[in-house]
Design a protein around this ligand. Sequence first.
Ligand code: NDP
Length: 478
Amino acid sequence: MNFIGGAWKAPRSGAYYPNINPADDKDIIGNFPLSTREDADEAVKCAHDAFASWSKLLPQERAKYITKFAELLEKDVQRVGEGLCREEGKTLKEALGEPTRGYVECSYFIGEAQRLEGITMPSDRKNVTSVATRVPIGVVVAIAPWNFPFLTPIRKIIPALATGNTVVFKPAYDTPLCSVMLMELFEKAGFPAGVVNLVIGKGSVMGDSLSSNPLVRGITFTGSTGVGRHINQIAAQNFTKVQLEMGGKNPCIVADYHDLDKTAADITAAAFAVTGQRCTSISRVLVLKKHAEELETKIAAKMKGYVVGNGMDPRVTMGPVINRSAGESIMGYIQSARDEGAAIKAGGNQLKGGDYDKGFYIEPTLITDVTPRMKVAIDEIFGPVLVVIKADSFAEALKIANDSDYGLAASLFSDNLEYIYDFQQNIEAGMVHVNHGTVTDACMPFGGVKHSGLGPFSKGATNKDFYTNYKVHYVKYS
Ligand code: NDP
């Protein structure tokens, strides 16, 4: 069911689709609405109506609702984690991390929204005070992908609500259960009707109606670069604000670092967590020729430790990919690497037989002898595939790293201060990591440049720049 105006509602189409466990295609998790444009319009109208009173509450009053939500969330971590594991396919340990981290980010924003600083300046006119305050923007549409189906929506909805906006949430087609679990928590926390709404269904059907609705004043989107570009073009017609977090082809340069074991361990973890389906996964290693063979061997050895299977099994360390079409696309990339003359150093196969036939399982895969213009070196594969490109020098590695449309996260392993400084200054990425993998903090800004991001970074202190507008006040008192 959709959650619109404080009530659970059937879609106007009367149509539903089965949500299938990616680890077991016989496990139908439930049937979820195929919403129409009219459902989306109704949700926006409800959010718009609710904005008048929600935006007038004191930040402290809004914080009480969000605190209640966070308390309920903290008690529900196990149930949410299990549902998420069953729906998205990541391991239970990874799945439990989402509500846990969601609670931390929630707590941060409860405080942040109560200290929304403005600007005060001495006026350049006598007897005038000049003050700029922050005001909510209005109805915010939150559109999320399937890979972090619980955490990403929290990262969007909570800051929106805390700063006085109302929300329409459109989850990914593949992960509606998480969106329902999330709405149940908002309902239990007692948020007023219409403040937060959910419409489930296909982005291709109702996405444009959400993006083009003139009552919508902000769209926060996480997903592919193609869909982000499309949303941006539509939103521009109404000058609707956008916060776009999109794809990546995240490089990791290895140049004169004292510990190749640690390097291999960090790269492997950052490449294969969540089955390589993280926007911040390391997907390209750019290594100086002199380290290449040793590093590749160490990474391949670490990869042998992965146990691929159903994420609910505690022995499993890597789950299936999200669905069959994603699996086929990933296998197509591996084949393209073979065709273009690269070498498969580890993995490279779809796992078949027994329980593997119930989902789409791929071995963690390391491709070596890759050159910068190969397809696997350019495209975001979004699966458990890591490619290694050799470079003659640090300068060459940096050049290859930047020769990409993407600019999300980047990592460097080096003891050389000159390289570290050069990398920090010149790598074209929103998030830069030195001597560790692409792991981020809960309360630091998160985002990318070039085709990876547009608009204020989410999380942390920058998020309020998207969820609020400035209003400037001049008062002449005599
Ligand atoms: P998609 O872009 O296909 O989908 C993302 C969301 O957009 C889904 O909810 C989808 O709905 C919706 N959508 C699809 N078409 C439209 C439309 N016309 N208008 C509005 N919304 C629409 O991405 P994926 O779900 O496949 O996610 C993977 C991508 O997300 C990767 O490129 C990855 O890098 C990126 N990503 C980026 C992150 C970042 O922070 N930079 C973090 C995580 C992922 P539906 O599912 O119904 O099609």
